[in-house]
Design a protein around this ligand. Structure first.
Ligand SMILES: C/C(=N\NC(=N)N)c1ccc(NC(=O)c2cc3cccc([N+](=O)[O-])c3[nH]2)cc1
Length: 313
């Protein structure tokens, strides 16, 4: 049974468990002052391989959670820690994990998959623009704001995320470059990870959302999953993919490209014909940037209601 810090207990009343995370769990909680429902992600520091990386890793994640601000990225409301546990208070995502929406064995409607995928692209484009690579995009880390099909989605879990070492690189570059080796300037300077790793994962996510099954999976008569991935070997089973548009399949194929330099970038994916869909874009923008009351307030002040009843009285 998790013990919560005193100041946490004073502010929140913890209820039942809601998510099933590999590293820690998610509980429903109520903010005592407002009765507002929140989610609390409990991360025991022991999970991490060694103490050193644990705290550094977790501190980096907390720094990322504090810094990010985008409609399709989870928002942190509050944060507590004890010597062996982190408690992250987050907005409630009543639709749960995308994982549970697609595990039913068949994919989502193409229109729904497109709406979700567009939001994931926008979230990841924002991260990359801010020098953050997620590195662990998977259905468990995509949360849905409501039970409705057309809903806002949010990316979460920055445990594996990496902040591009712009600062170390820029510090290196502020000296006279004449003595620096060529590889300091090329991509190899980052530990082999470019933002393109997220594009691959989004390709796998889209494949799962459309096909309802994973492109690379363990099977006795098949090479190992790692081998399948390295070869970029996947099959779009006709029975599962009939009725899916060629443009959707084209998007998947251009993301699941082994050579990162040939893989579709996030920015190019946003330009892909499959996403040039005004209806979807309008819906996504309405979800991401819902008109606030002040925006929809007519310029003159509202007529009093009894007046309206009076009219049709
Ligand atoms: C920050 C983070 N993980 N970080 C980490 N593993 N180091 C993190 C991971 C997962 C979550 N998940 C949720 O907030 C979450 C999962 C879930 C399932 C059903 C219903 C709800 N909900 O809010 O109603 C859920 N919320 C939230 C945060």
């Amino acid at each position: 049974q998790t013990i919560f810090p005193k100041e946490f207990q004073e502010k929140y009343l913890v209820s039942r468990g809601i998510g099933t995370g590999v590293c820690g769990e998610v509980k429903l909680a109520f903010e005592r002052a407002t009765c507002k429902k929140v989610a609390v992600k409990i991360i025991n520091k022991k999970n991490f391989p060694s103490v050193g990386t644990a705290t550094r890793n977790a501190e980096r994640e907390i720094e990322i959670l504090r810094r990010i601000d985008h409609p399709c990225l989870i928002k942190t409301e509050d944060f507590y820690q004890t010597e062996d546990t982190y408690y992250i208070v987050l907005e409630l995502m009543e639709g749960g994990e995308l994982f549970n929406r697609v595990k039913a064995g068949h994919g989502l409607d193409e229109a729904v998959a497109k709406l979700y995928f567009y939001q994931m692209l926008m979230a990841v484009e924002y991260l990359h623009r801010n020098g953050i690579i997620h590195r662990d995009l998977k259905p468990e880390n995509i949360l849905l704001a409501s039970q409705a099909k057309t809903c806002l989605i949010k990316v979460t879990d920055f445990n594996q995320s990496k902040i591009l070492e712009g600062e170390t690189l820029s510090r290196t570059l502020c000296g006279t470059p004449s003595y620096l080796a060529p590889e300091v300037f090329t991509r190899a300077a980052t530990t082999g990870y470019g933002p393109s790793v997220d594009a691959w994962s989004l390709g796998v996510l889209l494949f799962v959302c459309l096909g309802g099954y994973a492109p690379f999976y363990e099977h006795p008569s098949r090479p190992s999953v790692q081998e399948q991935i390295i070869q970029g070997e996947f099959t779009m089973v006709p029975s599962k993919w009939k009725g899916i548009s060629d443009q959707a399949k084209d998007m998947v194929r251009k993301l699941l490209v082994v050579d990162p330099s040939l893989r579709l970038s996030i920015t190019s994916a946003l330009q892909h014909p499959w996403l040039q869909d005004p209806a979807m874009l309008a819906q996504a923008n309405k979800l991401m940037y819902p008109p606030q009351d002040s925006d929809t307030e007519p310029s003159h002040n509202k007529r009093p209601r009894e007046d309206e009843e009076g009219d049709n009285g």
